[in-house]
Design a protein around this ligand. Structure first.
Ligand code: Q46
Ligand code: ZN
Length: 329
Protein backbone atom coordinates (compact mmCIF):
# COMPACT_ATOMS: atom_id res chain seq x y z
CA UNK A 1 0.00 0.00 0.00
CA UNK A 2 1.53 3.29 -1.13
CA UNK A 3 0.77 6.86 -0.15
CA UNK A 4 -1.46 8.54 -2.73
CA UNK A 5 0.44 11.82 -2.42
CA UNK A 6 4.12 10.85 -2.25
CA UNK A 7 4.23 7.10 -3.08
CA UNK A 8 6.08 6.28 0.16
CA UNK A 9 4.76 3.30 2.19
CA UNK A 10 1.31 4.16 3.60
CA UNK A 11 0.31 3.87 7.29
CA UNK A 12 -3.46 4.31 6.89
CA UNK A 13 -6.06 3.78 4.22
CA UNK A 14 -9.28 5.74 3.98
CA UNK A 15 -11.77 3.75 1.97
CA UNK A 16 -14.26 6.53 1.43
CA UNK A 17 -11.55 8.55 -0.34
CA UNK A 18 -10.18 5.42 -2.00
CA UNK A 19 -6.80 6.57 -0.74
CA UNK A 20 -3.91 5.62 1.54
CA UNK A 21 -1.42 8.00 3.13
CA UNK A 22 1.99 7.94 4.81
CA UNK A 23 2.26 9.66 8.19
CA UNK A 24 3.12 13.16 6.97
CA UNK A 25 0.64 13.14 4.10
CA UNK A 26 -2.11 11.85 6.40
CA UNK A 27 -1.48 14.71 8.86
CA UNK A 28 -1.52 17.10 5.90
CA UNK A 29 -4.83 15.54 4.75
CA UNK A 30 -6.37 16.14 8.22
CA UNK A 31 -5.25 19.77 8.29
CA UNK A 32 -6.60 20.28 4.76
CA UNK A 33 -9.99 18.80 5.65
CA UNK A 34 -10.28 21.14 8.65
CA UNK A 35 -9.08 24.14 6.67
CA UNK A 36 -11.61 23.34 3.97
CA UNK A 37 -14.47 23.00 6.47
CA UNK A 38 -13.53 26.32 8.09
CA UNK A 39 -13.27 28.12 4.74
CA UNK A 40 -16.37 26.57 3.17
CA UNK A 41 -18.60 27.47 6.08
CA UNK A 42 -16.80 30.66 7.16
CA UNK A 43 -16.42 29.22 10.65
CA UNK A 44 -13.57 31.42 11.87
CA UNK A 45 -12.56 34.82 10.55
CA UNK A 46 -8.84 35.68 10.43
CA UNK A 47 -7.59 36.80 13.83
CA UNK A 48 -10.58 35.58 15.81
CA UNK A 49 -9.86 33.89 19.14
CA UNK A 50 -11.44 30.46 19.38
CA UNK A 51 -12.59 28.68 22.52
CA UNK A 52 -12.25 24.91 22.01
CA UNK A 53 -14.49 22.72 24.16
CA UNK A 54 -12.19 19.88 25.23
CA UNK A 55 -13.35 16.70 26.94
CA UNK A 56 -10.07 14.77 26.97
CA UNK A 57 -11.28 12.52 24.13
CA UNK A 58 -9.52 12.14 20.78
CA UNK A 59 -11.75 14.47 18.80
CA UNK A 60 -11.54 17.58 20.94
CA UNK A 61 -7.81 17.25 21.63
CA UNK A 62 -7.11 16.63 17.94
CA UNK A 63 -9.26 19.66 17.10
CA UNK A 64 -7.32 21.88 19.50
CA UNK A 65 -4.07 20.63 18.00
CA UNK A 66 -5.29 21.07 14.41
CA UNK A 67 -6.52 24.63 14.98
CA UNK A 68 -3.11 25.54 16.38
CA UNK A 69 -1.39 23.85 13.42
CA UNK A 70 -3.53 25.96 11.07
CA UNK A 71 -2.43 29.14 12.86
CA UNK A 72 -5.59 29.91 14.83
CA UNK A 73 -5.41 31.37 18.32
CA UNK A 74 -7.23 28.62 20.19
CA UNK A 75 -7.67 28.25 23.96
CA UNK A 76 -9.30 25.28 25.68
CA UNK A 77 -12.25 24.89 28.02
CA UNK A 78 -12.66 21.77 30.14
CA UNK A 79 -15.82 21.19 32.17
CA UNK A 80 -15.55 18.84 35.14
CA UNK A 81 -18.78 16.83 34.98
CA UNK A 82 -18.14 14.82 38.15
CA UNK A 83 -18.40 11.41 36.46
CA UNK A 84 -16.12 9.57 38.91
CA UNK A 85 -12.65 8.50 37.77
CA UNK A 86 -13.62 9.05 34.15
CA UNK A 87 -13.80 12.82 34.72
CA UNK A 88 -10.64 12.86 36.85
CA UNK A 89 -8.64 10.98 34.21
CA UNK A 90 -10.05 13.14 31.41
CA UNK A 91 -9.11 16.34 33.27
CA UNK A 92 -5.57 15.06 33.82
CA UNK A 93 -5.19 14.28 30.09
CA UNK A 94 -6.43 17.73 29.09
CA UNK A 95 -4.09 19.46 31.57
CA UNK A 96 -1.12 17.42 30.36
CA UNK A 97 -1.95 18.31 26.74
CA UNK A 98 -2.25 22.04 27.55
CA UNK A 99 0.79 22.41 29.79
CA UNK A 100 3.00 20.32 27.49
CA UNK A 101 2.23 22.71 24.63
CA UNK A 102 2.02 25.96 26.59
CA UNK A 103 -1.69 26.40 25.77
CA UNK A 104 -4.24 28.33 27.80
CA UNK A 105 -6.90 26.19 29.46
CA UNK A 106 -10.07 27.39 31.22
CA UNK A 107 -11.67 24.98 33.66
CA UNK A 108 -15.15 24.90 35.18
CA UNK A 109 -16.04 22.38 37.86
CA UNK A 110 -19.77 21.74 37.78
CA UNK A 111 -20.02 20.52 41.39
CA UNK A 112 -17.72 23.10 43.00
CA UNK A 113 -18.99 26.11 41.05
CA UNK A 114 -22.59 25.25 40.30
CA UNK A 115 -23.55 22.85 43.07
CA UNK A 116 -24.30 19.67 41.16
CA UNK A 117 -22.66 17.05 38.99
CA UNK A 118 -24.00 15.00 36.09
CA UNK A 119 -24.79 11.81 38.08
CA UNK A 120 -26.77 13.87 40.64
CA UNK A 121 -28.66 15.70 37.90
CA UNK A 122 -29.54 12.37 36.27
CA UNK A 123 -30.87 11.01 39.58
CA UNK A 124 -32.92 14.14 40.20
CA UNK A 125 -34.45 14.32 36.75
CA UNK A 126 -34.80 10.53 36.47
CA UNK A 127 -33.78 10.84 32.86
CA UNK A 128 -30.78 9.73 30.81
CA UNK A 129 -27.70 11.68 32.04
CA UNK A 130 -26.80 12.95 28.56
CA UNK A 131 -29.77 15.35 28.62
CA UNK A 132 -28.66 17.36 31.66
CA UNK A 133 -25.00 16.88 30.74
CA UNK A 134 -25.49 18.33 27.24
CA UNK A 135 -27.63 21.17 28.54
CA UNK A 136 -25.00 22.10 31.15
CA UNK A 137 -22.13 21.91 28.68
CA UNK A 138 -23.87 24.09 26.10
CA UNK A 139 -24.74 26.66 28.75
CA UNK A 140 -21.22 26.78 30.17
CA UNK A 141 -19.43 26.82 26.80
CA UNK A 142 -21.43 29.90 25.89
CA UNK A 143 -21.06 31.53 29.29
CA UNK A 144 -17.27 31.16 29.37
CA UNK A 145 -17.02 32.38 25.74
CA UNK A 146 -19.00 35.53 26.54
CA UNK A 147 -17.26 36.17 29.84
CA UNK A 148 -13.80 35.94 28.27
CA UNK A 149 -14.60 37.59 24.94
CA UNK A 150 -14.35 34.62 22.54
CA UNK A 151 -16.60 35.20 19.51
CA UNK A 152 -16.55 31.52 18.56
CA UNK A 153 -16.82 28.15 20.33
CA UNK A 154 -15.48 25.08 18.49
CA UNK A 155 -16.56 21.55 19.36
CA UNK A 156 -15.05 18.23 18.27
CA UNK A 157 -18.12 16.74 16.56
CA UNK A 158 -16.83 14.66 13.65
CA UNK A 159 -18.41 13.21 10.52
CA UNK A 160 -19.55 10.06 12.36
CA UNK A 161 -21.17 12.09 15.16
CA UNK A 162 -23.01 14.37 12.77
CA UNK A 163 -24.17 11.52 10.52
CA UNK A 164 -25.53 9.70 13.62
CA UNK A 165 -27.38 12.83 14.78
CA UNK A 166 -28.77 13.26 11.27
CA UNK A 167 -29.99 9.66 11.17
CA UNK A 168 -31.72 10.12 14.53
CA UNK A 169 -33.37 13.32 13.34
CA UNK A 170 -34.50 11.73 10.08
CA UNK A 171 -35.84 8.59 11.76
CA UNK A 172 -38.18 10.74 13.84
CA UNK A 173 -38.57 13.50 11.22
CA UNK A 174 -37.51 16.13 13.71
CA UNK A 175 -37.99 18.99 11.29
CA UNK A 176 -36.98 21.66 13.82
CA UNK A 177 -33.70 19.91 14.58
CA UNK A 178 -33.07 19.27 10.88
CA UNK A 179 -33.50 22.99 10.27
CA UNK A 180 -30.77 23.74 12.80
CA UNK A 181 -28.36 20.88 12.03
CA UNK A 182 -25.49 22.69 10.37
CA UNK A 183 -21.72 22.95 11.00
CA UNK A 184 -22.08 26.63 11.96
CA UNK A 185 -24.64 28.20 14.25
CA UNK A 186 -24.30 31.96 13.81
CA UNK A 187 -23.86 34.28 16.77
CA UNK A 188 -26.91 36.11 18.01
CA UNK A 189 -27.57 38.35 20.99
CA UNK A 190 -26.13 36.56 24.00
CA UNK A 191 -24.80 33.59 22.02
CA UNK A 192 -21.33 33.06 20.60
CA UNK A 193 -20.99 31.39 17.18
CA UNK A 194 -20.74 27.58 17.40
CA UNK A 195 -18.65 25.70 14.86
CA UNK A 196 -17.76 22.07 14.10
CA UNK A 197 -14.50 22.09 12.14
CA UNK A 198 -14.09 18.26 12.18
CA UNK A 199 -17.18 17.69 10.07
CA UNK A 200 -15.08 16.32 7.16
CA UNK A 201 -13.09 13.80 9.26
CA UNK A 202 -14.26 10.46 10.65
CA UNK A 203 -13.75 8.89 14.06
CA UNK A 204 -11.06 6.52 12.83
CA UNK A 205 -9.12 9.39 11.28
CA UNK A 206 -9.21 11.32 14.54
CA UNK A 207 -7.89 8.35 16.52
CA UNK A 208 -5.09 7.90 13.94
CA UNK A 209 -4.30 11.62 14.08
CA UNK A 210 -3.83 11.46 17.86
CA UNK A 211 -1.65 8.36 17.66
CA UNK A 212 0.54 9.84 14.92
CA UNK A 213 0.86 13.21 16.71
CA UNK A 214 1.58 11.55 20.08
CA UNK A 215 -1.57 12.94 21.72
CA UNK A 216 -2.57 10.96 24.80
CA UNK A 217 -6.37 10.88 25.03
CA UNK A 218 -9.16 9.30 27.06
CA UNK A 219 -9.80 5.94 25.39
CA UNK A 220 -12.62 4.85 27.70
CA UNK A 221 -16.22 5.58 26.72
CA UNK A 222 -18.12 7.76 29.17
CA UNK A 223 -19.62 5.29 31.69
CA UNK A 224 -22.91 7.19 31.50
CA UNK A 225 -23.23 6.79 27.73
CA UNK A 226 -24.91 3.37 27.96
CA UNK A 227 -28.32 3.56 26.34
CA UNK A 228 -27.38 6.68 24.36
CA UNK A 229 -29.32 6.30 21.11
CA UNK A 230 -26.50 7.73 19.02
CA UNK A 231 -24.28 4.74 19.73
CA UNK A 232 -26.87 2.53 18.02
CA UNK A 233 -27.13 4.91 15.06
CA UNK A 234 -23.36 4.83 14.68
CA UNK A 235 -23.39 1.02 14.57
CA UNK A 236 -26.02 1.06 11.83
CA UNK A 237 -24.07 3.62 9.81
CA UNK A 238 -20.81 1.70 10.27
CA UNK A 239 -22.49 -1.43 8.90
CA UNK A 240 -23.65 0.58 5.87
CA UNK A 241 -20.21 2.11 5.43
CA UNK A 242 -18.62 -1.35 5.47
CA UNK A 243 -20.76 -2.44 2.54
CA UNK A 244 -20.55 0.80 0.72
CA UNK A 245 -17.61 3.08 1.59
CA UNK A 246 -18.56 6.74 1.41
CA UNK A 247 -22.22 6.14 2.35
CA UNK A 248 -21.89 8.07 5.60
CA UNK A 249 -20.29 11.11 3.99
CA UNK A 250 -22.81 11.05 1.12
CA UNK A 251 -25.68 10.95 3.64
CA UNK A 252 -24.36 13.88 5.67
CA UNK A 253 -23.01 16.12 2.90
CA UNK A 254 -26.01 15.43 0.69
CA UNK A 255 -28.21 16.72 3.49
CA UNK A 256 -26.03 19.79 4.10
CA UNK A 257 -25.88 20.61 0.37
CA UNK A 258 -29.41 19.78 -0.72
CA UNK A 259 -31.65 19.10 2.28
CA UNK A 260 -30.81 21.52 5.04
CA UNK A 261 -32.07 24.71 3.44
CA UNK A 262 -35.44 23.09 2.74
CA UNK A 263 -35.93 22.38 6.44
CA UNK A 264 -34.54 25.78 7.41
CA UNK A 265 -37.07 27.36 5.04
CA UNK A 266 -39.92 25.35 6.55
CA UNK A 267 -38.89 26.46 10.01
CA UNK A 268 -38.60 30.09 8.90
CA UNK A 269 -34.86 30.19 9.60
CA UNK A 270 -32.77 32.13 7.07
CA UNK A 271 -30.34 29.84 5.15
CA UNK A 272 -27.47 29.06 7.45
CA UNK A 273 -25.10 28.54 4.56
CA UNK A 274 -23.92 32.11 4.80
CA UNK A 275 -24.52 32.68 8.44
CA UNK A 276 -27.37 35.06 9.26
CA UNK A 277 -29.76 33.84 11.89
CA UNK A 278 -33.45 34.28 11.25
CA UNK A 279 -36.18 35.69 13.42
CA UNK A 280 -36.04 33.73 16.63
CA UNK A 281 -38.06 33.78 19.81
CA UNK A 282 -37.73 36.85 22.03
CA UNK A 283 -34.91 36.44 24.54
CA UNK A 284 -34.38 38.15 27.87
CA UNK A 285 -31.68 37.70 30.54
CA UNK A 286 -32.27 34.78 32.93
CA UNK A 287 -33.40 36.15 36.29
CA UNK A 288 -30.86 33.94 38.02
CA UNK A 289 -27.68 33.90 35.90
CA UNK A 290 -28.16 36.60 33.24
CA UNK A 291 -27.86 34.25 30.26
CA UNK A 292 -30.33 34.80 27.42
CA UNK A 293 -33.48 32.71 27.67
CA UNK A 294 -37.03 32.61 26.37
CA UNK A 295 -38.50 32.16 29.86
CA UNK A 296 -37.87 33.97 33.12
CA UNK A 297 -35.22 31.48 34.25
CA UNK A 298 -32.97 29.54 31.85
CA UNK A 299 -33.03 25.74 31.54
CA UNK A 300 -29.64 25.42 33.26
CA UNK A 301 -30.80 27.40 36.30
CA UNK A 302 -34.08 25.44 36.41
CA UNK A 303 -32.01 22.27 36.49
CA UNK A 304 -29.86 23.72 39.32
CA UNK A 305 -33.01 24.59 41.26
CA UNK A 306 -34.43 21.10 40.81
CA UNK A 307 -31.26 19.49 42.09
CA UNK A 308 -31.07 21.95 44.99
CA UNK A 309 -34.70 21.22 45.98
CA UNK A 310 -33.93 17.51 45.80
CA UNK A 311 -30.59 17.44 47.61
CA UNK A 312 -30.46 20.55 49.82
CA UNK A 313 -28.45 23.79 49.44
CA UNK A 314 -25.64 23.73 46.92
CA UNK A 315 -22.05 24.03 48.12
CA UNK A 316 -19.84 26.81 46.86
CA UNK A 317 -20.49 30.48 46.13
CA UNK A 318 -23.34 31.62 43.88
CA UNK A 319 -21.63 32.54 40.60
CA UNK A 320 -21.93 36.12 39.44
CA UNK A 321 -24.13 37.07 36.48
CA UNK A 322 -22.78 36.64 32.98
CA UNK A 323 -22.76 39.39 30.40
CA UNK A 324 -25.78 39.05 28.18
CA UNK A 325 -24.38 40.46 24.95
CA UNK A 326 -22.39 38.48 22.45
CA UNK A 327 -19.13 40.14 21.48
CA UNK A 328 -19.35 40.50 17.71
CA UNK A 329 -16.37 39.78 15.50
S1 Q46 B 1 -20.12 13.03 28.70
FE1 Q46 B 1 -22.20 13.65 29.12
FE2 Q46 B 1 -21.32 12.58 26.88
FE3 Q46 B 1 -21.19 11.16 29.15
S2 Q46 B 1 -23.07 11.88 30.13
FE4 Q46 B 1 -23.59 11.65 27.97
S3 Q46 B 1 -23.24 13.69 27.14
S4 Q46 B 1 -21.93 10.43 27.19
S5 Q46 B 1 -20.41 13.51 25.10
ZN1 ZN C 1 -29.78 31.02 34.16
Amino acid sequence: MKCRRCREPAVIDIRRHNAAFCRDCFLHHCREQVRRAIDEHRMIEPGERVLVAVSGGKDSLALWHLLGALGHEADGLYIGLGIDEYSEESAALVRTFATGRGLKLHEVDLAAEWGFDVPTAARTTRRAPCGSCGLSKRHLFNRVALTHGYPVVATGHNLDDEAAVLLGNVLRWETGYLARQYPVLPASDGFARKVKPLIRLGEREMAAYCVLEGIDYQVEECPMAAGNRHLGYKEVLNALEDRSPGAKAAFLFGFLDRGHDLFAGLAGIAGTGGGASGEGPVLAPCASCGSPTTGEVCAFCRLRERVRDDTGPAPGPEPASAPSQTPRP
